[in-house]
Every structure is written in structure tokens, then in C-alpha cells.
Design a protein around this ligand. Structure first.
Ligand code: NDP
Length: 298
């Protein structure tokens, strides 16, 4: 019996383009049909179809038959605006890979279910563009019913080395914003440490070689040589998006643990870096903010 399931993807940006490629392979294997893709700038959808074999649709309404719809957009507000334009059928499952705002996501999911019978899981990812391409992301899943979680996990497995069900809807986004504020904090800390060492006469590359074999190591100390010391600053994650995630984390921490001191400072520094370099700068340029203030270049 031919499958009636149709899967679709909205948002073919730096991350979504890769995730949609994995979704397409899932669709071909499971349902013997291409995934439908849509992007606000239509040329990205046309190009995706040429490269991956997906079917580019011209309008959001063309996605209305999707029983599973994935999105990877900039913010939860974008997700809400897009979903309002797709007349999905009752019972459809939305899997949102956007790094969203947990409170907005909870409200959106409740509204979709109550008013339209649409199910929703938040499924933000960590792993960057290379992880998305290789299918080695970690997905932080928020979802209510066991059926929704099982269906979303099966799909997210296609682009993840690990899928962790963090709790009900919103828990994925909450976990992801804390993940990203930690990522930024580690980058800022490593940069501050290297600036002091350079001023003291220790070569940062040599110091990192030692630290990466020591207890001060973090993902950021391992990435610093390529992202910062090389002066490339091209990880592929926009500073404006990282600032968005840190702001979400700041609001979460402010509401849950107002005694916190370090995370609010990281949030401030991300805002100061965005004011200095603009939203489209690479997020690794936060290091340059500290360099500028120290009057030292790594
Ligand atoms: P991009 O800017 O590359 O892509 C954003 C996508 O969203 C584009 O397809 C864009 O369309 C679309 N979009 C934005 N606003 C709207 C809107 N109002 N209506 C319709 N489409 C819209 O961002 P990324 O791929 O880097 O990031 C996407 C999400 O993934 C973000 O939430 C980000 O925080 C998260 N993320 C990013 C990582 C990274 O390393 N880049 C890592 C992990 C998570 P258009 O092409 O027309 O602009």
C-alpha cells in the first residue's frame, strides 16, 4: 500500500538546508517520495531541489498536505508567522528545529493544538553547519505525548548523533539557550585567559596546546586556534542569532534564579559585541571585543 505521509521543510538557511537534505533521504526511504521544501528567498529552494532532489514548492499553502512539517527559522516569532500561513490538517506533527524561546514555544504549541489540532515538538540542534551536514548534531527535544516524542525522535535521528528528550514542549528550547550561553561563556573565558597570557609573554597557541591536555580544556579552547588565532572568525553562526539565544537564556535565568551573576554578564557582552560588529558578524568575533578592550590581539 502506498504511504500517504508527506513530509516538508521550511527554512533552508545555513542549518536548515542540511537538515532538509536528511529529511529528504528519510522521506525517500520511508515514503518513496521527495520531501517538499520552501524558503522565503525562493532561489534557495530551487537550488536545494537541484542539489538534493527535493521538490521546491512556490507557496506555503503548497505544504498543507504535510503530515510532518519541520522548520528551521531564525526565531519562534518567524515560526508562528509561517505556520499561520499553512493550512495543515488536524493531526499533523510540527517539528521545530529553530533555537526558539521556550515560553513563546509553549504558548504557540498550546494554541496550535487547541485551535487547529496540530501537534508540536521543539527540536533545536547543536552542532553547527558541519554537524548538520554530517548528521552529527545533538537534538534537544521538547514534546508532550509519547507518540509525538517517538515520531520526532525517529526523524531527528537522521541529523543527530544524539537525541535527548528534555521534557515537555519548551524544554528543548530552554536547554538549547543554556547550551548556547555556556558556549559563549566558554569562548569569552578562553579569550580572556589567552589575552592575559599573551600580555605576559606566553604564546597563546602554545598555552592552548598545554590547556587542551589539562583540566581547563573546553570545546572553545580546542576551537580557538582555528576560529580566533587564525583570524578567520568563520564558524558559520551569526552573532545576532547567538545574541538572541543568550537573551533567551538571560530571561530564563532571570526568572528562575535571579541570584545568578555570570550568565547575565555573558548576555551583556554578547549585546555589546553585536552593537560593535553587527548581527551578521560571526559569533566568534566576541573574542575581538575583548581584544579591542585589552588593546591586545591574539
Ligand atoms: P540562517 O539565517 O542561515 O537561516 C534562517 C532561515 O530562516 C532562512 O531560510 C530564512 O529565509 C528563514 N527565515 C527567517 N525569518 C523568516 C520569516 N519571517 N519567514 C520565513 N522565513 C524566514 O540561520 P541559521 O540556519 O544559522 O539558523 C537557523 C536557526 O538555527 C536559528 O534559530 C539559529 O539560532 C539555529 N542554529 C544555528 C546554528 C549555526 O551554527 N548556524 C547552530 C545551531 C542552531 P531567507 O533565506 O529568505 O533569509
Amino acid at each position: 500500500m502506498p504511504s500517504t505521509a508527506q513530509v516538508g521543510f521550511v527554512g533552508l538557511g545555513t542549518m536548515g538546508g542540511h537538515l532538509a537534505g536528511h529529511l529528504h533521504k528519510f522521506s525517500q526511504e520511508r515514503h518513496s517520495r521527495p520531501a517538499l521544501v520552501w524558503n522565503r528567498s525562493p532561489e534557495k529552494a530551487v537550488r536545494h531541489a537541484e542539489v538534493h532532489g527535493t521538490t521546491a514548492v512556490a507557496s506555503l499553502g503548497d505544504l498543507s498536505a504535510c503530515t510532518i512539517l519541520c522548520l528551521c527559522l531564525s526565531t519562534t516569532a518567524d515560526v508562528e508567522a509561517v505556520l499561520a500561513q499553512i493550512p495543515l490538517e488536524r493531526g499533523a506533527l510540527v517539528i521545530d528545529a529553530t533555537s526558539g524561546d521556550p515560553e513563546q514555544t509553549k504558548a504557540l504549541a498550546a494554541k496550535l493544538l487547541a485551535e487547529r489540532g496540530i501537534r508540536f515538538c521543539d527540536a533545536p540542534v547543536s552542532g553547527g553547519p558541519s554537524g548538520a551536514e554530517a548528521g552529527t548534531c545533538t537534538t534537544m527535544l521538547g514534546g508532550g505525548t509519547p507518540e509525538d516524542v517517538a515520531a520526532a525522535s525517529e526523524l531527528c535521528d537522521r541529523w543527530s548523533k544524539k537525541v535527548v528528550h528534555c521534557g515537555p514542549v519548551g524544554a528543548g528550547d530552554a536547554t538549547k539557550c543554556i547550551n548556547n550561553v555556556l558556549n559563549s561563556a566558554h569562548l569569552l573565558l578562553a579569550t580572556e585567559g589567552m589575552l592575559a597570557l599573551k600580555s605576559y609573554g606566553v604564546d597563546p597557541a602554545t598555552a592552548l596546546e598545554a590547556i587542551n591536555g589539562g583540566s581547563g580544556m573546553s570545546l572553545q579552547t580546542t576551537r580557538l586556534p582555528d576560529n580566533v588565532l587564525s583570524r578567520k572568525f568563520n564558524f558559520g553562526f551569526a552573532l545576532g542569532l547567538m545574541r538572541k539565544d543568550c537573551n533567551i537564556a538571560g530571561a530564563l535565568v532571570g526568572s528562575q534564579t535571579p541570584s545568578a551573576t555570570l550568565i547575565p554578564r555573558v548576555v551583556e557582552l554578547l549585546g555589546e559585541a553585536e552593537a560593535e560588529f553587527g548581527s551578521d558578524a560571526d559569533y566568534t568575533q566576541v573574542a575581538q571585543l575583548l581584544e579591542k578592550r585589552a588593546g591586545v590581539e591574539l
